[in-house]
Design a protein around this ligand. Structure first.
Ligand code: B12
Length: 304
């Protein structure tokens, strides 16, 4: 290796891009998404030749060599979880959005980006927070960036055509986790449902009120972050049953399994937002677990 090939040699970004045979913007994106280490010197990004070589030699690096993401490679989204985690923790909204754009360009649909990149990154942040590896401030900042990403990407999720029904989603009383319902809302919108996202910490009374006034209501989705909320959720579902025929689904980080869902009286549970529309469809068409009484009779019985 000659002196100029030394791994410690510092390169400007245009020089690094030239050497790697990629556009300057691609090299810039590598830096913003933490794939390529860089430091600023006099306001200019500089990268180590060794780091550049390591990246371009790496197998599976998108946009380098044969693996440039034209199709939807299975591993494509998973390679972005680490960089997304770091971007969120740095509070780097621009870098995080570039990762979203990269995934979209590689053919990943918006809801898959949310569930396969953003959600695992948030889970990893939760794990680090629990182990004391990241501060609560960094976690809050990350959630702020994630919330803006969901809003920005979510606004692109629409499916023209006839509505498949009306769905209300929200996090139950005391549950301050609002991202889950927002992503769930997008998963329903993406397949043609009209959705009302009530956000976090929705009083149980409000779910009952909405269920009794929204007609027709196809599905009511309760997001739960704490399994010990069982009694509250159970009572709320019983009251919803008295006023509405809507299918009631539960989900979120606090629902451990189907048994918990059955115990609270929900029609169904699933761990991933993307399974929810199909689950709703199945619950809508299968014989009611609630008996054959129409809602008016149940309501009268509940009031008497
Ligand atoms: C961000 C965050 C917070 C933020 C939330 C801010 C906000 N604006 O949303 C704040 C700081 C408020 C917070 C507080 C707390 N948090 Co918190 N939080 C998280 C974290 C890191 C990310 C949550 C998130 O946004 N995930 C991304 C979304 C998209 O994923 P999701 O919510 O799971 O939703 C997906 C699915 O579950 C599903 N889904 C969600 N709802 C529904 C509903 C239905 C019907 C269906 C079908 C599907 C579905 O669809 C979504 C997309 O696939 C998680 C880590 C984790 N493992 O999730 C911890 C986590 C959820 N929090 C936890 C805890 C313990 C707390 C606190 C008690 C901490 C404390 N001591 O104060 C408080 C509780 C506050 C409260 N009263 O709710 C625990 C929960 C443990 C548990 N379930 O037993 C977790 C898992 C962290 C951990 N590893 O321990 N938290």
């Amino acid at each position: 290796m000659s002196g100029g090939d030394h791994p410690e040699t510092l390169l400007t970004l245009p020089a690094a891009a030239d050497l790697a045979g990629v556009h300057y913007m691609t090299a810039y994106r590598w830096v913003r998404t933490s794939r390529l280490k860089a430091q600023k010197s006099g306001g200019v990004w500089m990268v180590r030749l060794g780091d550049l070589m390591e990246l371009t030699d790496a197998k599976g690096t998108p946009e380098v060599g044969a693996s440039s993401g034209t199709q939807r490679p299975g591993g494509c989204t998973s390679t972005r979880i680490g960089p997304m985690t770091e971007a969120l923790l740095r509070g780097d909204q621009g870098g995080a959005w570039l990762l979203v754009e990269e995934s979209r360009r590689a053919g990943v649909d918006p809801v898959d980006v949310l569930c396969e990149v953003l959600e695992p990154a948030m889970v990893e942040i939760g794990r680090r927070w629990r182990r004391g590896e990241t501060s609560i401030g960094a976690e809050h900042r990350a959630t702020g960036v994630a919330t803006r990403l969901v809003a920005r990407l979510g606004s692109t999720v629409t499916r023209p055509g006839r509505s498949r029904g009306h769905v209300v989603v929200g996090a139950v009383e005391g549950n301050r986790h609002g991202l889950g319902p927002a992503v769930l809302a997008d998963a329903f919108r993406a397949v043609g449902f009209d959705v009302c996202d009530l956000g976090a910490d929705v009083p149980f009374d409000e779910f009952v009120e909405i269920a009794s006034t929204t007609r027709p209501l196809t599905g009511l989705c309760l997001s739960v972050a704490d399994a010990t909320d069982l009694a509250g959720v159970q009572q709320a579902i019983a009251r919803v049953r008295a006023v509405s025929d809507a299918v009631v689904l539960v989900g979120g980080a606090g629902v451990p399994d189907q048994d918990w869902a059955t115990e609270v009286g929900a029609d169904g549970w699933c761990a991933d937002a993307r399974g929810a529309p199909e689950l709703l469809e199945r619950c809508t068409t299968r014989p009611s677990q609630r008996g054959d009484q129409p809602v008016q009779r149940r309501r009268q019985a509940a009031l008497s």
